[in-house]
Structure formats: structure tokens, C-alpha cells
Design a protein around this ligand. Structure first.
Ligand code: AMP
Ligand code: GLY
Length: 445
């Protein structure tokens, strides 16, 4: 399959690095459909269109107008709206799940029901409720040690956990009511789960039914504040180690997580008889009772995809083509560690739709070895504007996580303006503490 023109659908940092990878490693022309004027993507692309991700007709129209022979959909909302189905109807080759498969991400109740049938050991005790009193009863039975979730897409901001964002029983009750009040469509229900305790990790794969291509594990940090406190965000940063494991992981953890992904896909196929294709992201928690799945995203993670593509040697189109043909393929990754941090406006995530008042000297940043990617737009006055996204992602590699960490800190030290970021992500103390905690849990588990 000779790909001459690729259309990427998405407007965050994960799309910028996707476009950059294709531009630098292939002859293909790259076009982008975005909902934000992303200043990092525009200079790289051969063409772009700004529009609404739920307007699948316009995206299909744009794909036809640029004669795209492959569409990479890396954003959840157009997939949930059925973009892959619309593209396939027009015989346009797409790498991304149909609306039905995208429910693994866009409908948490569906994902939990499917998994509890096919791989129950990976699922925490949970319930799906449409009445507040039933949901509150479930929470009470679990001594309020629960996670309360919107069922649908919420840009990573729809989950609150007792002991983290929910301080007491009253807050659990209030959040259950809030979810049910605000919910529409699949969100008219609330998902409540037993609160899991452990270390989280992410594994991203390229899948096409039984064919699966893997990438190294990454750890993502969703909480706003150091030491994993405060509200959940779309993510404040991530790191990966040399090789496919994280410092606290064993080979068996990685294999167990892959088995969960494989079994879920098999279950989905058995249940629906439908194709399951795209970038599948599994977020796991290593608990005393084994590996549990926290959630699936049927798209690459942001920023985890930055860790992954920074290390990928060669064009992303090669594994995409291979998996679409159902061929096995092993990606070649640099043997380096990476650290990525998001720099966000001081009021994030409470205040969205605001300016990110940060500036920097490109040359000075490049001396540190770090690179900047955008998950925000530029407004008509040339200012960085954060809508529902986050800010800028800064990523660096190194021979060790510590090397990468020091590069990032040096780069962030060269930024000027008003911003917030998490200094602790990827620090030596943090990684040692994680290893200590997991070791203890393995001994006592
Ligand atoms: P999600 O949007 O489902 O990835 O959840 C956001 C964050 O909430 C995760 O990264 C976890 O830190 C936390 N979380 C979700 N589900 C649970 C759970 N059952 N137990 C503990 N923490 C959870
Ligand atoms: N890093 C979390 C996400 O992409 O949803």
C-alpha cells in the first residue's frame, strides 16, 4: 500500500508529533483536520482545515478534497461520532475504530460490562446506575472507598476518587448527583467502582483484530499537584524508561496487561462480530491483587504518545501499514528514557478558555535538548490560547530518567511568564518511592 497523502484528525501535541514523525520519515504529504489553530502543527502540514470534530461530514469532505489515501484518527470525539464508519462508507482507508468499537473509550459502562464477561479478574468491583439512591447504596456498601465516573467522554476530567478529589461521604453523594444531573445520552448513568490502590501504567498498541503491535510502557500523571494530589487533569506529564518496562515493573506485569488488551479485543469481536482497529491505549493499575484495567482510550495518549514517538525509529506509517495488512511487526525504539511535562495556565483545570502567558527563546530551549509541542491554539493576536486543552508539552530523552528529567527542568527554567507545572514528575525521589511501594506490595500481596 503506497501512502501518498495522510490526513491526521486531531489538534493536540500528540497530533503534532504524529505529523512531525510522518513529515520527517516518509514522502507522504500530511494534512490535518483540527478544531484549534495549533501553531506547532500548521508549519509542518501540507494543508489544514479547522472545524468541529463532531461534524464528521466535513471531515470526510476534507479527506476527499485532499485525496487522502489514509486517515489517522487520533482523537476520541470524532470516533465516538462515527467518523471511521463514514470514511469506510466512502472507501477511504482509515486507521481508527468504528463507532461501535470506540465505545471501549466513549462508554465506560459498556467497557466494564464487556470486560467483566471476558476478563473479570482485571475489573474492579463496579456498578452502573441511573438512580442516585442505588449508586449511593453501592458506595456505602464499599465504605465510600469508590471512584465515581461519568460514562462518556470528559477530556479526562470526569472521574473523582474517594480520598483524592472526594474528601468525605457528602462529597461522594454530591458528585454522584452531579454526574446524574449533568449527564446526557450515555452519561445519564453513573459508573461507580471500588477504589483501587497501586501504581498506574499505560501501554499503547496498534491493533487490527488479532494483530497487535506494542510500544513501551509509559507512566502518566493525571493529578494536578505534586505527590499526586488535587483534581484530575487531562495529564500533567509522563515518563518512560530505557526499554519497554518502567522501573517498578516486571516482564510479567507487561505480559499480563497485554493479555488483558488481547482478551478484551477478542471479547469485543465475539460479542459484536465487528472489526476492532486503531491505536488502543490501556491504562492499568498494578495492585496487590494483580493488574487491573482503569480505562481504555481508542487513540494514543497525550502526552504518552510523545514519549513513544520521540523514541520510535523511522516512520509511524510502517507499523500502521503492517497492522492494517494483518502482518506482525516489531517497532524499533531508541534505548533511551524520556520525561514529558505539561506547562499550563495557573488556573488550570478549573479555568479553561484562557491565555497561556509564556514565552521562550527557541534556540535557548534547543540547547537543553528538550522539545516543545502544543496542546493549545494561537488566537488572532498571536497569543497562546487554551480552550478545553492544556498548554505546552516539553519532552526530552536521556540515557536515564534522571538525565531526561534534568533536561526538562533546565528547559522549564528558561520559560518566562505565568505558568504552573509539576516539578516532581520523573524526579529520582519519585521513582525510588514508586519502586519501594511496589516492592512492598509484592511482598505483602
Ligand atoms: P480515567 O479517566 O478513567 O482514566 O480516570 C482518571 C484517573 O482516576 C485515573 O488515572 C486514576 O488515577 C483514577 N481512577 C480511575 N478509576 C479508579 C479506580 N477504580 N480506583 C482508583 N483510582 C481510579
Ligand atoms: N494521558 C491520558 C490521556 O491521553 O487520556
Amino acid at each position: 500500500m503506497a501512502i501518498k497523502k495522510v490526513l491526521v484528525v486531531g489538534s493536540w501535541a500528540k497530533e503534532q508529533i504524529t505529523v512531525e514523525n510522518i513529515v520527517n520519515n516518509s514522502e507522504a504529504g500530511v494534512y490535518v483536520f483540527m478544531d484549534t489553530y495549533n501553531p506547532g502543527i500548521i508549519p509542518l502540514a501540507d494543508g489544514f482545515c479547522i472545524g468541529d470534530f463532531y461534524d464528521t461530514e466535513s471531515i470526510v469532505g476534507y479527506a476527499l478534497s485532499v485525496s487522502a489515501d489514509l486517515v489517522l484518527v487520533t482523537t476520541a470525539s470524532p470516533l465516538a461520532a462515527g467518523l471511521a464508519d463514514r470514511l469506510e462508507e466512502k472507501n477511504i482507508c482509515v486507521f481508527g475504530p468504528t463507532k461501535s468499537a470506540a465505545r471501549l473509550e466513549s462508554d465506560k459502562a459498556f467497557a466494564r460490562r464487556l470486560m467483566s464477561k471476558y476478563i473479570p479478574e482485571a475489573v474492579p468491583d463496579y456498578g452502573v446506575f441511573s438512580k442516585a439512591e442505588d449508586a449511593i447504596g453501592f458506595a456505602r456498601e464499599h465504605s465510600w472507598q469508590v471512584a465515581v465516573k461519568f460514562t462518556g467522554l470528559r477530556e479526562g476530567l470526569g472521574v473523582k476518587v474517594f480520598g483524592d478529589q472526594l474528601k468525605n461521604e457528602d462529597e461522594v453523594v454530591d458528585y454522584i448527583k452531579e454526574v446524574l444531573d449533568k449527564g446526557k445520552g450515555p452519561d445519564s448513568q453513573v459508573v461507580i467502582e471500588e477504589r483501587l490502590i497501586g501504581e498506574e501504567f499505560t501501554i499503547q498498541c496498534l491493533v487490527n483484530n488479532d494483530c497487535l503491535i506494542t510500544t513501551p510502557a509509559v507512566q502518566d500523571f493525571k493529578k494536578l499537584l505534586p505527590q499526586d494530589r488535587g483534581p484530575n487533569t487531562a495529564s500533567m506529564g509522563s515518563y518512560s524508561d530505557k526499554g519497554k518496562l518502567l522501573p517498578f515493573m516486571e516482564e510479567a506485569d507487561y505480559e499480563q496487561a497485554l493479555n488483558i488488551i488481547r482478551t478484551t479485543i477478542k471479547g469485543f469481536r465475539e460479542e459484536s462480530g465487528k472489526c476492532c482497529k486503531g491505536f488502543l491505549y490501556g491504562q492499568f493499575m498494578l495492585t496487590k491483587k494483580g493488574i487491573k484495567l482503569i480505562e481504555y482510550n481508542f487513540r494514543p495518549g497525550d502526552p504518552e504518545w510523545l514519549n513513544t514517538l520521540t523514541l520510535l525509529k523511522g516512520s509511524l506509517l510502517k507499523p500502521v501499514e503492517a497492522v492494517m495488512e494483518g502482518e506482525s511487526y516489531s517497532c524499533d525504539f531508541s534505548k533511551q528514557a524520556t520525561v514529558c511535562k505539561y506547562v499550563v495556565p495557573p488556573g488550570y483545570p478549573e479555568e479553561l478558555n484562557c491565555l497561556l502567558k509564556v514565552n521562550w527563546d527557541e534556540e535557548s530551549i534547543s540547547h537543553t535538548g528538550a522539545k516543545i509541542y502544543y496542546s493549545c491554539g494561537k488566537n488572532e493576536e498571536g497569543k497562546l490560547q487554551v480552550g478545553s486543552e492544556r498548554g505546552i508539552a516539553i519532552i526530552a530523552c536521556g540515557d536515564t530518567i534522571k538525565d531526561a528529567y534534568l533536561r526538562i527542568e533546565s528547559a522549564i527554567g528558561r520559560l518566562r511568564g505565568e505558568f504552573f507545572y509539576r516539578k516532581d514528575i520523573g524526579s529520582e525521589e519519585q521513582i525510588l518511592e514508586k519502586c519501594r511501594r511496589v516492592k512492598l506490595a509484592r511482598v505483602n500481596g
